[in-house]
Design a protein around this ligand. Sequence first.
Ligand code: ZN
Length: 340
Amino acid sequence: MTRPTSSPQPPEPLEPGDGPPVRRPRRGRTVLICCTALTLCLGGWLGWQALADSPAASSPAAAPAGDGHLAGDASAVPEQPEQAAGPGSPSASEAGGAPSAAAAPSAAAPGATPGAGALAGRTVLLDPGHNSGNGSHTAEINRQVDIGNARKECDTTGTSTNKGYSEAEYTLDVVRRARQILQDRGAKVVLTQDGDRAWGPCIDERAGIGNDAKADVALSVHGDGAPAGVSGFHVIMPGRVTAGKADTSAIVDPSHRLGLLLRDSFKAATGEPYADYIGKQGLDTRTDLGGLNLSRIPKVFVECGNMRNSGDAGRMTDPQWRQQAAQGIADALTAYLTTS
Ligand code: ZN
């Protein structure tokens, strides 16, 4: 996503380290170490469960952050989301963009990894924002669609880094990585697009795919295109909209819970600071996004960073960082699904 707003502030780079190296225990100690590992895993799992239930999910301190501009988010934060700012059409790839096939096995999670069957029977909708083909299908993506309380472009090209790594490439890569993690935990994962269509889908269809799949939860992945001097990530939650075919009244509360989990999990996994130019404490609430307005299942967007900021761009073009982002996303969805 991009938006024309501004209020420059310096970036705040922060990079987490890799996971600890794997050690091979000596034979004679195998049993003891296995027991220890099992204990640690169990402890980690319980801790992870507790975290998902922790005050962060219902903290009175955190809640107002998003609620503050429930009614007036569009005016309080003048922005213009699913919209490409520049002429820039998505194009070239860079920096080892090896997508899903190269996805490394789960990187170090911020907590213990849930069991393989933790998400059995659950369906997750993942929505990689934009499409690398949108730039060459302007007539199609400029078509206006009904988002309930307004009409808006079907889709946009999205933004890109200054070096040309596109938002569409980024979002699809991260979503594929997150899909792998979630599938490993037993979830059925549905994508709105998987690099398998020439353009789109339109934002109303993106919401519809999740609704039709009867997914338990949905998440849309984006990178922002704000002025170069600002940075950080933020999570966008749906505000209350009942207009035309939009009715978010049933998803506002659960989406807020998801938003808090994602905010915390994404930060823990990536070390990325909260956006310093929008929202509050990494959270924003909006009523002008078709993908949220038309969703009948709990859903949030994550703007993983500002692709126009050199620090954020450097991280977002790093496959290892993208794996961490995917881990944070998958862990949040897992926590949401196992505690709802
Ligand atoms: Zn976007």
